[in-house]
Unconditional design. Structure first.
Length: 404
C-alpha cells in the first residue's frame, strides 16, 4: 500500500495511552491523529475531514455523539465508529439509526479487532471512491461520445441535405434535357422520313444507311422516353390511377402487340393464364408497361427458334406473373446488377435490337409502386431466364371485392 493510499484516521478518546497505542499499531497503513477532548476533536474535524473518525462516547468536555453528528453533517464521506464502555440502548439506537455509525465497539478494545474493523472500513471507502471515479470517467466518456455522435449526425444531415439538393438539381436538369430533346428528335424523324422518301430507289447502301439512321433515331426517342419515365416514377410525382385491373386482359393485349416481333425471329409465344386469377388494384397503364417490358426483354434476348412463355398463376399468398424464355440466360452477377439497378447485363440482344438498359429499372419501380416483389432466376448463360412479379393476394382480393 503506497503513501498516497494510507488512511487518515481521527481518534477522539480521553485515554492518551490508548490513543498512542492505536496510532503505533496502525502506522503501517494508516496515519492516526489523536485528540483527547471533544473540543480538540471538533477543531480537527473542522480543519480536515478524515477517512475514518473513531469517537469515545463520553469525553471530559462533551458528548462523543455530538462529534459524530457534526461529522455526519459536515463530512458525509467519513466513516464513523463509536467506542463506549456503556451499553445504553437509547444511545446505541441513536448512534446507529440517526448518526449512521459503521461500527459500535465495546471497551475494553482489542487492537487486532480494532485494526480488522478499521481496515474493512478503509477498503470499503477505497472501493467506493474507485467506483465514483469510474462512474465519473464513464459519464465523461458518454458525454464525449454523445458530442461526437451529435457532431457526426449534424455532418451527415448536412451532407444528406446537400446530396438531396444535388439530386434535385440533377433530376431537374435531366427533365429539362429530356423534354428539350423530344421536339428535336421528332423533327429529326420527320426530316429523316422526308429524306427517305426523296431517296426512294437509291442505291442499296444508301437505303441501308437510311434504315440504320431511322433505327438510331427511334432508339434515342425510346431512351429519352424511358429516362423521363424512370425519373417520374422514382420521384413519386406520377399519380397512380388505382383501378380494378384484369391482368389476363393486359397480358393478352401485350402478347398480341409483340406477336409480329416474335414471328420475325421465329420465336414461339406461349400464354398460360389462370382463369381463376382475380383482378388487381393498380394503374392499368403502368401494369401494361410492366408486362410489355418483361415480354420485350425476353424476345430481345432469345435467339431465333426459341420459346417465350407468359404465365399468370394464383398461388397461396400471391398472384404470380412470370415470363420465361429459352434465351441467353444470366449470370449471378447479372441478376444482382439487374435487381439493384447498378450496372448493366453482360449479354446483348440476339437480333441486334436496340436497348436503353432501363427496361428492368422501369419494371422494378412499377412493381414496387404496386407492392409487388420482383425476382429473376436463371441456370446460367445459355439456359434461359425467368422474370417473376408476385402481387400480394390481399391486393388482388381487395380489388375483386370492390369490383363486386
Amino acid at each position: 500500500m503506497t503513501a498516497s493510499e494510507r488512511a487518515h484516521i481521527l481518534l477522539v478518546d480521553d485515554e492518551l495511552d490508548f490513543g498512542t497505542a492505536v496510532a503505533t499499531y496502525l502506522e503501517s497503513w494508516a496515519e492516526v491523529v489523536v485528540a483527547t477532548t471533544a473540543t480538540e476533536g471538533l477543531r480537527l474535524l473542522q480543519q480536515r475531514c478524515p477517512d475514518i473518525v473513531v469517537v469515545d462516547q463520553r469525553l471530559p468536555d462533551g458528548d462523543g455523539l455530538s462529534l459524530l453528528r457534526f461529522a455526519r453533517e459536515n463530512c458525509p464521506e467519513t466513516a464513523r465508529v463509536l467506542i463506549t464502555a456503556y451499553t445504553e440502548p437509547d444511545v446505541l439506537q441513536e448512534a446507529i439509526n440517526t448518526l449512521g455509525i459503521a461500527y459500535y465497539i465495546a471497551k475494553p478494545v482489542e487492537l487486532p479487532q480494532l485494526q480488522l474493523l478499521l481496515q474493512q472500513l478503509w477498503y470499503t471507502l477505497l472501493l467506493r471512491r474507485s467506483h465514483r471515479e469510474l462512474q465519473a470517467q464513464l459519464q465523461d466518456y458518454y458525454r464525449q461520445l454523445e458530442e461526437r455522435v451529435a457532431e457526426r449526425t449534424r455532418t451527415l444531415q448536412q451532407a444528406h441535405a446537400e446530396l438531396q439538393h444535388l439530386m434535385a438539381l440533377r433530376e431537374q436538369m435531366l427533365r429539362f434535357l429530356l423534354h428539350d430533346l423530344k421536339a428535336p428528335l421528332a423533327n429529326l424523324q420527320m426530316l429523316w422520313g422526308e429524306l427517305t422518301h426523296a431517296l426512294a430507289g437509291a442505291a442499296d447502301h444508301l437505303q441501308e444507311l437510311l434504315t440504320v439512321g431511322e433505327d438510331l433515331i427511334q432508339t434515342l426517342q425510346q431512351l429519352a422516353s424511358d429516362m423521363l419515365l424512370v425519373l417520374t416514377l422514382e420521384s413519386n410525382t406520377l399519380p397512380i390511377r388505382r383501378e380494378t385491373v384484369d391482368l389476363r386482359q393486359l397480358a393478352s393485349r401485350v402478347i398480341q402487340r409483340f406477336d409480329r416481333l416474335a414471328r420475325s425471329k421465329t420465336i414461339k409465344l406461349h400464354v398460360r393464364l389462370d382463369p381463376k386469377a382475380p383482378p388487381l388494384s393498380g394503374d392499368p397503364a403502368l401494369l401494361e408497361r410492366l408486362i410489355a417490358n418483361i415480354v420485350e426483354n425476353a424476345l430481345k434476348y432469345t435467339p431465333p427458334g426459341g420459346d417465350v412463355t407468359l404465365s399468370l398463376t394464383v398461388r397461396e399468398d400471391a398472384l404470380e406473373l412470370s415470363v420465361s424464355d429459352t434465351g441467353v440466360g444470366m449470370t449471378a452477377e447479372d441478376i444482382a446488377a439487374a435487381l439493384s439497378g447498378i450496372g448493366r447485363p453482360s449479354t446483348r440482344p440476339t437480333g441486334g435490337e436496340g436497348s436503353t438498359g432501363l427496361g428492368l429499372q422501369i419494371i422494378r419501380t412499377i412493381a414496387r409502386l404496386h407492392g409487388a416483389e420482383l425476382s429473376i432466376s436463371s441456370d446460367g448463360p445459355g439456359k434461359g431466364t425467368t422474370v417473376c412479379v408476385r402481387f400480394p393476394l390481399q391486393v388482388a382480393t381487395s380489388a375483386a371485392v370492390s369490383q363486386q
